[in-house]
Design a protein around this ligand. Structure first.
Ligand code: HEC
Length: 129
């Protein structure tokens, strides 16, 4: 019987190869969590940079120098039902009340990145200020 040596080192009969090949060739699955973590780290790094460049002028440390109560701290966001990365990303892009939107300067995916970063900071009590 013909045998196939698969990348994992498994030896299987040739007839079984098509069945077994799928999971074996899907080997990137094992690296996916690593890639995911890297992607997330990159996204949060970008979110932090975008925040420093475009938001910190008014929201340094998660505060608000223009409207004192309308901060990016957890309690304020919850009060206004903005307690999610998505809600913050929407505001970053489109603005809210007296704040204008920053979709043009944030670039592709920028609003989402900054939304995620702000949300993680809000949940952690703004440690990185
Ligand atoms: C020029 C000053 C200014 C800049 C820059 C700015 N904001 Fe704001 N932001 C405000 C003001 C003023 C409000 C309150 C708006 C209102 O409700 O009238 C606000 C409100 C918010 C809120 C709602 C907070 C709450 O408690 O209601 C979020 C979230 C927010 N900004 C995120 C951002 C993000 C993210 C950026 C960067 C992309 C950003 N802002 C840049 C002035 C600014």
């Amino acid at each position: 019987m013909a045998l196939l040596l698969l990348p994992s080192g498994w030896v299987v009969p040739a007839w079984a190869a098509p069945v077994l090949a799928a999971p074996v060739w899907a080997a990137p699955v094992s690296t996916a969590p690593v890639l995911g973590a890297q992607t997330l780290a990159v996204a949060s790094g970008r979110g932090q940079e975008l925040f420093s460049a475009h938001c910190a002028g008014c929201h340094a440390g998660g505060g608000n120098i223009q409207r004192r109560g309308k901060t990016l701290r957890l309690a304020a966001l919850e009060r206004r039902q903005l307690a999610s990365a998505e809600a913050i990303a929407r505001i970053a892009a489109a603005g809210i009340g007296q704040m204008s939107g920053y979709d043009k300067v944030l670039g592709e995916g920028g609003a989402e990145a900054v939304g995620q970063w702000v949300w993680s900071q809000a949940q952690a009590g703004w440690p990185q200020t």
